[in-house]
Design a protein around this ligand. Structure first.
Ligand code: B12
Ligand code: SF4
Ligand code: SF4
Length: 264
């Protein structure tokens, strides 16, 4: 069994100290340290993602990406309080910090994936990053490697009414993953239901500038159109995330038992 504790300590140090984990011009960090979870590459839920009602037949299993796959390391990088609070002000356009977190923050997210892959190699294993692989693709806004679904399988969190992944450190953040051929101890899923961490409060409904969310869930088309509009206004950046800020699931999992302690 490979040592996961060492990997977690290294990843936390990388996130804490890396110069790219900074919003330029305002001297604040983009991300706090991540929540990391491990899924067994053979978990039957990966096959379930191929169902049309879940993600679709084009969704690839870990072994389709990498035949020797044994585990998938998935993580959620929470935005710092400063980034989250900046976007919680106003319900129309995203804050500079949020836009920066969407674009440069995703660039840093890719560095985190590469760092994890390097650590796996140092531990004697091999690693594959689907997000960086030439086979990554989408059909109708559905990726063949959905990071939120991978995080769900890896015990990191559940979905919410806004369709965001909600974790113990909230929903405002970004997600990443690496497939490995090492046998790390897998993370228990402490939830039974796909919307368990959501308390169905409906706050995200009122936060959305284009009414993409209602009590039945979220429609992706108006959200997609709004993100294109923000690109016209803020190019080369874009983003929104109003449904993930100034809501109870911003920095904690309100539907989880004991969640009142939370991450403030
Ligand atoms: C395409 C895309 C979009 C599209 C459409 C979203 C979509 N289709 O999901 C658009 C452009 C609209 C979009 C918008 C945003 N996005 Co986006 N997007 C993606 C992308 C590239 C793929 C998403 C995907 O494949 N979805 C697949 C479909 C099937 O998902 P779904 O419909 O929600 O799935 C439902 C079903 O599966 C159902 N279900 C039914 N039966 C079952 C059974 C089981 C077992 C399970 C698990 C589920 C399930 O439950 C799910 C929830 O209802 C991912 C990156 C990636 N590769 O994963 C980022 C990603 C989802 N986006 C992200 C973000 C942050 C955003 C924005 C906030 C924009 C911004 N940064 O400012 C907004 C709003 C997000 C929101 N409220 O969900 C983050 C999510 C972070 C989080 N906490 O959830 C991701 C993961 C990027 C990242 N690397 O961090 N996005
Ligand atoms: S704001 Fe409330 S209803 Fe919306 S996803 Fe978060 S917890 Fe669920
Ligand atoms: S990210 Fe999409 S769903 Fe969320 S508030 Fe913005 S437009 Fe609405």
């Amino acid at each position: 069994m490979s040592n996961m504790e060492d990997l977690i300590i290294s990843v936390n140090g990388f996130v804490e100290n890396h110069p790219l984990n900074q919003v330029e011009g305002v001297a604040i960090k983009i991300f706090d340290s991540p929540i990391i979870g491990i899924a067994n590459a053979g978990d039957p839920l990966f096959d379930q993602l191929k169902e049309e009602t879940v993600s679709g037949p084009h969704h690839m299993t870990p072994k389709e990406w990498f035949p020797e796959a044994k585990t998938v390391i998935s993580y959620f990088l929470p935005f710092t309080n400063e980034v989250r609070k900046s976007n919680g002000v106003g319900s129309e356009y995203p804050s500079y910090e949020w836009l920066y977190g969407r674009i440069e923050g995703e660039r840093f997210n890719r560095e985190v994936m590469k760092f994890i892959a390097e650590k796996v190699i140092e531990m004697g294993g091999c690693a594959l990053i689907p997000a960086e692989d030439s086979r990554i693709s989408s059909i109708n806004n559905r990726s063949n490697w959905s990071e939120r679904h991978i995080a769900y399988i890896a015990g990191i969190g559940t979905f919410g009414l806004s369709k965001s992944l909600i974790t113990e450190k909230g929903s405002a953040g970004r997600v990443g993953s690496v497939i490995t051929n090492l046998s790390y101890q897998t993370t228990d899923r402490t939830y039974q239901e796909i919307y368990e961490y959501c308390n169905h409060c409906g706050a995200c409904i009122h936060r959305c500038p284009v009414s993409a969310i209602n009590q039945e869930g979220k429609k992706h088309e108006p959200c997609d159109a709004f993100l294109s509009l923000t690109k016209e206004k803020f190019a080369p950046r874009y983003g929104c995330g109003k449904c993930q800020t100034a809501v109870p699931c911003e920095g904690r999992a309100p539907g989880k038992k004991g969640a009142e302690i939370g991450y403030l």
